[in-house]
Write a protein that binds this ligand. Structure first.
Ligand code: RB5
Length: 154
């Protein structure tokens, strides 16, 4: 499994903690920045990570900004991306089981690094439940296709 990681300045410290956690657990990851706490615009990083995941270069992605909200909004503009903002273990598991979220968005100003790593672990280890949830994802794909050429880039 390959995980694409990214943050803005407000998520930088938590992104580094998550990178260390993934490394310690032998999970391969690619870091799309940022590499310091210099102010950065979250859509730039969200776009790069979301495109890499949508193109199949990575299996999934983790994005961190101050709240996680901006990262989730921006990543979800990329066709094929299902980014979920999670602040607890229940939503982390449901994001995979029900929504097959391929990007996890986290708030660096919201979560402790310990809870964030538990959320990451829960999300990575959960599995999509399929069945009725697959039908609902198909409806999301249809909705997306109405606005962006059958889910492909224009
Ligand atoms: C940056 O100050 C902050 O707005 C950003 O990290 C994020 O929380 C946006 O959603």
């Amino acid at each position: 499994m390959r995980v694409a990681l990214g943050s803005d300045h407000a998520g930088f410290q938590l992104k580094e903690e998550i990178k260390r956690f993934l490394y310690d657990n032998h999970v391969d990851c690619g870091d799309f920045g940022v590499s310091s706490m210099e102010p950065a615009d979250y859509p730039d990083i969200a776009g790069a990570v979301a495109e890499a995941v949508a193109q199949g270069k990575f299996d999934c992605g983790i994005l961190v900004c101050g709240t996680g909200i901006g990262m989730a909004i921006a990543a979800n503009k990329v066709p094929g991306i299902r980014a979920a903002l999670c602040h607890d273990l229940f939503t982390a598991r449901a994001a995979k089981e029900h929504n097959d979220a391929n990007i996890l968005a986290l708030g660096g100003r919201v979560l402790s690094s310990q809870l964030a790593c538990e959320i990451v672990e829960t999300w990575l280890n959960a599995h999509f439940a399929g069945e009725r949830h697959a039908r609902r994802l198909e409806k999301i794909r249809s909705l997306e296709a109405r606005y962006c050429c059958n889910g492909e880039e224009k």
